[in-house]
Design a protein around this ligand. Structure first.
Ligand SMILES: Cc1cc2nc3c(=O)[nH]c(=O)nc-3n(C[C@H](O)[C@H](O)[C@H](O)COP(=O)(O)OP(=O)(O)OC[C@H]3O[C@@H](n4cnc5c(N)ncnc54)[C@H](O)[C@@H]3O)c2cc1C
Length: 231
């Protein structure tokens, strides 16, 4: 990428150039390799006006909810999102906690504590698959391949899992399981949105479709992920 730069840069650019030169030891006015990178999420956990995500006592805000800006994010809006909904979620959580003190009779949480030695390999391969098919340019074919790959990764993880008592190993494996669920939800949304809108670009549906100008709700029930227009 090359620019025609003025002799005196605007203050914002000069600040950025100084930071770049200090950090990387070269000027952005020279040749710079640039690559796409996940920056912000245009969707996330669905919350109500109290930042509740529908599970008693569980509240969400910020990047994890990320949907207030619709199909594209205005610069700076994530900070506003974090402050506004962080405040609401914090108040709601404090109110809920005050009304539900933990007592000696609180039930234990039980789950299958398993670990897979392939967890980090699956995570690496999942990142690669998502970058290949779900980042800048999306197509039915690529997304279908990503969905099949995610399913195969889930089976690979399940087949290699065994009981384990080391909570760090268990937590690392759960994180990969959850990443597969999130990836599947993303691919489901990308497949369902057969148009291009905001940052979502489908090479096989390159125009906006006015009939799809509404959010999608992605639900996961009994392992099945579905996409429905929001009411
Ligand atoms: C390169 C880049 C540039 C950006 N520029 C801007 C900008 O100019 N303006 C703007 O408004 N926004 C910008 N954003 C977006 C903004 O930075 C994010 O929306 C914001 O930081 C989200 O804050 P958050 O607290 O919701 O989430 P995060 O900042 O992601 O915080 C989540 C925290 O949870 C921790 N965590 C994760 N899992 C666990 C766990 N299991 N247990 C405990 N802790 C956990 C993480 O380590 C992290 O510290 C930018 C983002 C990127 C990547």
């Amino acid at each position: 990428m090359t620019y025609d730069l003025p002799d005196v840069l605007p203050e914002f650019m000069q600040t950025y150039f100084d930071w770049f030169t200090d950090t990387f030891g070269s000027s952005p006015a020279e040749d710079v390799r640039i690559a796409p990178y996940a920056h912000a999420s245009n969707g996330g956990i669905r919350i109500d006006a109290n930042a509740s995500c529908g599970i008693a006592g569980l509240f969400a805000c910020g990047e994890a909810t990320g949907g207030m800006h619709g199909a594209d994010r205005l610069g700076g809006l994530s900070s506003a999102n974090g402050l506004v909904f962080g405040h609401i979620a914090g108040r709601s959580a404090a109110t809920w906690a005050a009304a539900h003190p933990l007592g000696p009779s609180s039930p234990d949480v039980t789950f299958d504590a398993t670990f897979s030695p392939l967890a980090s390999d699956v995570m690496r391969d999942l990142r690669h698959a998502m970058s290949e098919s779900c980042l800048v340019i999306r197509t039915q074919e690529g997304l279908g391949l990503a969905r099949a790959t995610i399913s195969a990764f889930g089976e690979r993880l399940a087949r290699s899992s065994r009981p384990c008592e080391d909570w760090r190993e268990v937590a690392a494996t759960i994180q990969v399981h959850q990443s597969l669920v999130s990836a599947n939800a993303l691919v489901t949304a990308m497949l369902a949105r057969t148009e291009s809108r905001g940052a979502h670009y489908r090479a096989d549906f390159s125009d906006e479709d006015a009939t799809q100008a509404r959010p999608l709700v992605i639900a996961c029930k009994n392992g099945e992920v579905s996409a429905l227009p929001a009411e």
